[in-house]
Design a protein around this ligand. Sequence first.
Ligand SMILES: NC(=O)C1=CN([C@@H]2O[C@H](COP(=O)(O)OP(=O)(O)OC[C@H]3O[C@@H](n4cnc5c(N)ncnc54)[C@H](O)[C@@H]3O)[C@@H](O)[C@H]2O)C=CC1
Length: 375
Amino acid sequence: MVERRAEHAVKFFYSHLFWHNPGIRDLFPAHPEDMERQRDRLFAALTHVIAHLDDGTLGPYLRDLGRDHRKFLVGPEHYAAVGASLLAALAETSGEAWTPQVEKAWTEAYQVIADTMTAGAEASADPPWWDAEVVRHLQYGQDIGVLTLRPHLPFPYVPGQYTSVSSERVPTTWRTYSIGNAPRADGTLDLHVSRIERGRLSTSLVRETQPGDVLRLGTAGGQLTFRREDRPASLIAAGTGWAPIRAMLEDLAEHPPDQDVRLFVVARDGAHLYDRPLIDAYAASCGWLGVTYITPAPGQHRNQATDRLATALGHRAMWPDQDVYLSGPAQFIAETAALLEELGARPTASSTTPCRASGRAPARRAGRWASASGS
Ligand SMILES: NC(=O)C1=CN([C@@H]2O[C@H](COP(=O)(O)OP(=O)(O)OC[C@H]3O[C@@H](n4cnc5c(N)ncnc54)[C@H](O)[C@@H]3O)[C@@H](O)[C@H]2O)C=CC1
């Protein structure tokens, strides 16, 4: 019932929350577009909770969410305020369906949510976020930057995972980026950033951020990790979606796999194949690796590279017997995943992993699929 009036419910919730708790406003994004995203996230998280009430994944999801919310400076005192405004919004939106029993059920349910999130936050041995100093900034053309960061404390992750990133230059805005390298002895890590038109954080990261700046990183997450199996694997990367694939490839180069790996690298033009020297070196030295580069035909739109990829994928066989890893823009993933399904690389729906609603969740894994997309 509330879902039908979701927009009204969520707007009411935030108006109620900020009116009754003016200090809380500062914890939320200042920019209207970011606040819009925030609204979507809240509703996505609530719908996730309702959809998973009866399965065992809800507890871990809420504990992770609580742990992650520490980076937004959320403390135990904020949970009561949010609960009161949430109940007010649900009452307002439910109309006559808001009976004393429903109110009691929601009050108890919210208490469980708040207690589980608070427990997750308290039990975590991790810091609320990692400060990470920018030690190098490589610029490729106008719109791509590769930032090397040195976290002040050890930052645990596995190749293929992402982290959320925030900069003092764009306060209270967090975006997720994949980590573009396998863990290094010196603890540094790379982020590959493609500037989005009107994207304030990506523009700041590509054009303003300099060595010496300190960024904040959230806990690493995502299930896009390479599975060492007795069957061939294909890695398909588009644009800076190359970052998590590079991390997996670095790890494979260090610990060679028993399976053959084919890498498809898709870019809007030759200049955007910014890691080509490294990929060529891997192709020359790793017998298990084959590489195909794909860019649009001369004079064609950048997305024509996706059509060319489709042709290249169609020429290859054995899709049902492969593990496929996809990473790139959301629309690219959607089109390529649909094509791969047509070619017989069928996902197994039973092993999907829930997305975290606390941030963009670029990693999804279903059976022999793994993909990373996002904004
Ligand atoms: N930076 C990172 O760590 C990661 C980024 N991503 C996502 O990858 C994307 C990278 O963006 P850019 O590097 O600017 O890529 P881009 O805009 O240069 O696109 C690269 C290629 O992807 C295909 N493509 C892009 N949009 C398409 C569309 N609407 N329909 C069909 N094909 C399309 C085209 O073949 C294009 O040549 C972003 O959306 C980002 O969220 C995903 C995972 C990690």
